[in-house]
Design a protein around this ligand. Structure first.
Ligand code: XMP
Length: 511
């Protein structure tokens, strides 16, 4: 394990991800963790992240020099670099001269860390003070206008540091710097591969579950599918999956869960076909929150009834949940979160269902979940599926949800997805909601008649985490194709519009 010590900046997660991209397992720990505890994790290397801009800043987190006596390779980044320099006897000057954003780095003798890199690089900086003298035994590898010592290393002691942020996308050769440290200085082997992730997860699940029984709710999304497939590989018939088909999924998705997923994984699946019940409960409802509440409530009722039947029959001890590593980090990182977090997709499970949680994805980032899904042979369309809200198409019909409107939207959505895939743009787009404005009508002309139909809104967005988003600049040809197909093929649609609002102020969904 490589420990990424988080000094309170937003970069620690990014560093951890980049280390994983180099096929080395990494974990984030707080800089407040006592050194003994860090060492007890037997880290193969430690990376000190960025943090406050100055080691002299008030309340700046301190670095315990004992870290450097433990014979563990250490890479300091930005703040971590300065803290390291100071702690090892170098000089950090309060220059007050700031470098923010793109900066030109001159590399002298690149040593091992910067071996065979160009003489000048654009790197991403964010610092006030600078290291102006390297500690004894270190060689200086590069400089910028504001940082006389922008990188150093002591290969014998396996210590190195850089003032810039190798983890950010805008830094040239950033990933290579991390890899030089991991492979050449720390001498690690890239062994965190999808195969190994699967093997480790399976061992962990087996050890935890023994011969007891496990339940998993499938939503049609990537996380629950991969989690279920992993558990299935680990314990086979001890797992039962429940899929509540609420009739609000997109074209082909329910079939994919009911048929393809079962075929590939051999999982024991109980399907609750409850479309009529959900659509009945939504009759006459137009308020978005009301729709969510109704769907959440009906979901719980259905899931609970199914789970109780199964529990009564066979006794079930565990519930699978698709928690990812970023959720774990954000909620403080503790092992075995006690509460079932209120899960978007299932709208919060009832308190009186007493299950222990199994979270086979709790060490993984999203891209690793996808890699594991591929490794397990899940269908491509499932593994690369865009995020989709639990309440489904119900919150993409502005107005009352009816079977006819669902059918129309399902068709329009399928067209948009087909054309996006045909243009090979699936992986450039975060999400592509297609919205039916059922409460709006506009005049059109088709053939030789006037029409009075409904508009469809296309809402393709780019994003990293759905917290913020930008509208995607889809090529005109792709938009044109989607528009003409939708107006030709979907009943009652005579207009297609594109939503060009970022988030904020808009949300990704319309309801
Ligand atoms: P907004 O629309 O708030 O969406 O920008 C952010 C992300 O959350 C998804 N979303 C939901 N997911 N249940 C869900 O499971 C919901 O009620 C819900 N509402 C929004 C949305 O698709 C986007 O990915």
């Amino acid at each position: 394990t490589v420990l990424v010590v988080d000094f309170g900046a937003q970069y620690a997660q990014l560093i951890a991800r980049r280390v994983r991209e180099a096929s080395v397992y990494s974990e984030i720990v707080s800089s407040k963790m006592p050194i003994e505890e860090m060492l007890a994790k037997k880290p193969a290397a430690i990376i000190l992240s960025g943090g406050p801009s100055s080691v002299y800043a008030e309340g700046a987190p301190q670095l315990n020099p004992a870290l450097f006596e433990a014979d563990i390779p250490v890479l300091g980044i930005c703040y971590g670099f300065q803290a390291m320099a100071q702690s090892l006897g170098g000089t950090v000057a309060r220059t007050g001269q700031r470098e923010y954003g793109r900066t030109s780095l001159s590399i002298g003798d690149g040593g091992t860390l910067l071996a065979s890199m160009p003489n000048t690089l654009n790197v991403w900086m964010s610092h006030g003070d600078a290291v102006c003298k390297a500690p004894k035994g270190f060689s200086v590898l590069g400089r910028t206008a504001g940082a006389p010592v922008a990188a150093f290393e002591d290969v014998n002691r396996r210590l190195a540091g850089v003032q810039w942020h190798p983890e950010v996308l805008h830094t040239q050769w950033g990933q290579q710097v991390l890899e030089q440290f991991l492979y050449e200085i720390a001498d690690l082997t890239p062994s965190w591969t999808p195969e190994n992730m699967v093997t480790e997860a399976i061992e962990e699940i087996r050890a935890k579950v023994g011969d007891r029984r496990v339940l998993c709710a499938l939503s049609g999304g990537v996380d629950s599918a991969v989690a279920a497939a992993l558990v299935q590989q680990a314990i086979g018939s001890q797992l039962t999956c429940v899929f509540v088909d609420h009739g609000l999924l997109r074209k082909g998705e329910a079939e994919q869960v009911k048929n393809d997923f079962v075929k590939v994984t051999g999982v024991d699946l109980v399907v609750a076909d409850e479309a009529d019940r959900f659509i009945g409960a939504l009759a006459g409802v137009t308020d978005p929150e009301q729709k969510r509440k109704i769907i959440g409530r009906e979901f719980i009722r259905t899931f609970e009834a199914t789970a109780r039947d199964l529990d009564g029959e066979r006794g079930i001890d565990f519930l699978v949940q698709g928690t990812l590593y970023p959720d774990v980090v954000e909620s403080g990182g503790g092992e075995g979160a006690a509460n079932i977090k209120s899960h978007h997709n299932v709208g919060g499970l009832p308190d009186d269902l007493q299950f222990t949680l199994i979270e086979p994805l709790r060490h993984m980032f999203k891209d690793e979940v996808r890699a594991v899904g591929q490794q397990l042979g899940l269908p491509e369309e499932m593994v690369w599926r865009h995020p989709f809200p639990g309440p489904g198409l119900a919150i993409r019909i502005v107005g009352e949800v009816t079977p006819e409107r669902l059918e129309t939207l399902r068709q329009a959505d399928a067209i948009a997805r087909e054309e996006l895939t045909a243009a090979r743009l699936d992986r450039d787009i975060w999400q592509f909601p297609v919205v039916l404005l059922a409460d709006v009508r506009s005049v059109g002309v088709q053939g030789d008649g006037r029409t009075y139909g409904h508009p469809i809104v296309l809402r393709p967005v780019t994003s990293d985490d759905a917290m913020t988003a930008d509208w995607a600049r889809l090529p005109y040809e792709v938009l044109e194709k989607i528009s003409s197909r939708i107006t030709n093929e979907c009943a009652d649609i005579n207009r297609v519009t594109v939503d060009i609002t970022s988030k904020p102020p808009g949300t990704i969904e319309w309801e």
